[in-house]
Design a protein around this ligand. Sequence first.
Ligand SMILES: Cc1ncc(COP(=O)(O)O)c(C=O)c1O
Length: 179
Amino acid sequence: MNEETIIEGRKAVRDLLNAPSEDCIVSGESATSLLFYLSYALSREVGQDENVVVTEYDHYANISPWPELQRRGLVREVRFARFNPEDGQLDVGDLASLIDNRTRLVAVTGVSNGIGSKTPVPEVFQFAKDAGAYAFLDAVHMDRTFRLMLTSYVAIFWCFLHTSCSVVAGVSCMDEKIF
Ligand SMILES: Cc1ncc(COP(=O)(O)O)c(C=O)c1O
């Protein structure tokens, strides 16, 4: 693939996601690998007394990178928001209670691949924004018509997997200052 094709691809994804610039678009082998890249990038700036909040129903792609940062002493804690086993819904109150002024990142899946639950993304991202934290959305399992106004958040990282036409690629949109 030549550079021109890659840049054209970035522009197309910029338009699809309503991203501020094609420089925010990063492609990679998979969602899992992009999440590890993201965690390496964030490891340069997270504080040892800070925390990351995820949900109990996230895919391992979005869980694995964060305990790794904790193991290396780069963040203090990874917090897991509960879901209700009766109906599979996220306990939004529990998630809100886990976010504080030491939360650097709130990373959630939009739809759980395991149980199909839908995360109330705008509400969760508002919590992140109010705390001054980054927000990450794992959109791998989401309806492709879903859109977010990317510019209305402090910084957002988005990851999705395009599987139609048998193409499998991870694409991530993130604040260009992070990389
Ligand atoms: C919700 C969700 N997130 C992440 C992934 C991981 O994607 P990848 O295989 O591109 O690492 C999957 C894969 O099924 C998924 O369903």
